[in-house]
Design a protein around this ligand. Sequence first.
Ligand code: MTE
Ligand code: MO
Length: 199
Amino acid sequence: MGLLRNRGISDDERARLAPGQHLVRDFPVLHAGSIPYRSVPEDWDLRIWGLVDRPLRWTYDELLAQDVTRVTCDIHCVTTWTKLDTVWEGVALWPLLESLGLQDGATNCVAHAEEGYTANMPLERLRAGDVMLAYRFDGRALEPEHGGPLRLLVPSLYFWKSAKWLRGLEILDHDEPGFWERLGYNNEADPWKEERYAF
Ligand SMILES: Nc1nc2c(c(=O)[nH]1)N[C@H]1C(S)=C(S)[C@@H](COP(=O)(O)O)O[C@H]1N2
Ligand SMILES: [Mo]
C-alpha cells in the first residue's frame, strides 16, 4: 500500500518518510471526541505544574505576549500519513521549562488537554529546539480543528503526542500512560523506529 501511495514523489520526499508512512499534501484532522470550542473561552489558561520551582499559569494574552519561535518540521501520524514542511509558530518549550526551575528527579511529562485527553513523554524528548507550544500554523491562527487555540508540538514523536487544545503540562518523576498509550499505543512513539503499538 505504501509503495502505491508513494508513487510520484521525489527522492528527497521519500527519504523524509519514516518507515511505513505515506505522503499527504492536505492536512488531515484526527481526534477522539469533539472540538471543544471555536473561540478562546473567557477562563482559558495554560498551566505547568508538578516538579517545577515556579508553577506557571498564563492567560491567553500572557501566552501571546511571549517571544515567538517559528519551526518548520515534518509530522508523522501513526495512521501512516506524513506531512512535510509544516510551519508553526508559538513559544519554544524547553527554555520555558528551564525558566520555571525543573526540580531534581523531574523525568517525565504528561500533557493535559481538553476533555481529559492526555499524552505522556520523557522530559528528554522536550529538549529539542522544534518542540513548542504552538498557536499559529502556516502563518495563521491555529484552527480549532487542529487544536486551536493551543497545541503541543513534538515533531520527533508520532503526532498523537502533540496534544491539541492543550491546557497544561505536568512534570513528574515517573511515567504515566496517556489516553492512547492506555489503549495500546506504543509508549515511546518514535516514528523512525516505527513504534506504533504496544504489541
Ligand atoms: N486533545 C487531543 N489531541 C490530539 C488528539 C486527540 O484525540 N485529542 N489526537 C492526536 C492524534 S492521534 C493525531 S494524529 C493528531 C492529529 O492532529 P491534526 O488533527 O491537527 O492533524 O492530534 C493528536 N492530538
Ligand atoms: Mo494519530
